[in-house]
Design a protein around this ligand. Structure first.
Ligand code: SAM
Length: 263
């Protein structure tokens, strides 16, 4: 790690040794013929463990000053393509057209300042990912896996639960990084559900969930004023609920039913 200028603005906390990347790859259980997308290879600590275990790695790195060190660290692998640029603005579907594969995995130690936008991009742009294994800040991990009724339950939790089965794999101490961050981390896996609840209008579902959580302390009656409240009331009454309920109390199934009733 000598001679590296760590850029805080890019969330650069690099893994210090090989043990954590090896463990991430082992837990990911990558099947044959898999293309792996990595966001933020840094100096390639995880990338070099991924390459021997999959068909192809595409790694997106915003910081092109890392290119000499990445080229050197990864020179023995021919199945890694590094794309220098911002993952958030990149047309991923277009990039994927250049490859053939049977499974698509996203495996990454994410830059923490954009964890949620990265995961939302994968969902909103309908990138057909079979599994996501990511390192996130511990508190964020708790929020993503929160159950209805808990303080951490949010719109993003509902979105993730719609598409994926979430599992915590293992914790990673802040001491495993250089420079050392102020927080501990956790590795989460998101496995695509084989069967999703049927949605009549996906855009409406996303908007409804966002609106329902807009002001967390407000009731559905206040947050969902722009929708047909009579229809919402009717659906809620099937669950012995009324418009005074808050979004954080509603499980995924009720959001799906509300969205389908309004569609
Ligand atoms: N994978 C490396 C590791 O585990 O040691 C580095 C992980 S570091 C937490 C996050 C990496 O994401 C950094 O290399 C950073 O430059 C990169 N990054 C930050 N923002 C990015 C973006 N918008 N698009 C692509 N890469 C980004």
């Amino acid at each position: 790690m000598k001679n590296i200028q760590f850029k805080k603005k890019y969330g650069q906390n690099f893994l210090k040794d090989d043990s954590i990347p090896k463990k991430i790859v082992a837990y990911s259980e990558i099947p044959e013929d898999t293309l792996v997308i990595e966001i933020g290879p840094g100096t390639g600590a995880l990338t070099k463990e991924l390459a021997p275990c999959c068909k192809q790695v595409i790694a997106y790195e915003i910081d092109d000053s890392l290119s000499p060190i990445l080229a050197d660290n990864l020179k023995m692998y021919s199945n890694i393509d590094i794309i220098y640029g911002d993952f958030l603005t990149r047309n991923i579907k277009e990039d994927l057209k250049n490859y053939s594969y049977s499974h698509l995995y996203v495996i990454a130690n994410l830059p923490y300042y954009i964890t949620t936008p990265i995961l939302l991009k994968l969902i909103e742009e309908h990138i057909s990912v079979d599994k996501i294994v990511v390192m996130v800040q511990k508190e964020v991990g708790i929020r993503f896996s929160a159950e209805p009724g808990s303080r951490d339950y949010s719109s993003i939790t509902v979105f993730f639960h719609y598409y994926f089965q979430l599992k915590k794999l293992f914790d990673v101490s802040r001491n495993c990084f250089v420079p050392k961050p102020n927080v501990d981390s956790v590795i989460l896996s998101f496995t695509k559900k084989e069967k999703q609840l049927p949605l009549k209008d996906q855009e409406l579902f996303f908007q409804l969930v966002r609106d329902a959580f807009q002001y967390k302390r407000k009731t559905l009656k206040n947050n969902l004023k722009k929708y047909d409240l009579a229809i919402i009331e009717q659906v809620l009454s099937r669950y012995s609920l009324d418009l005074s309920v808050r979004a954080e109390a509603l499980p995924l199934e009720i959001f799906v039913e509300l969205s389908n009733a309004l569609a």
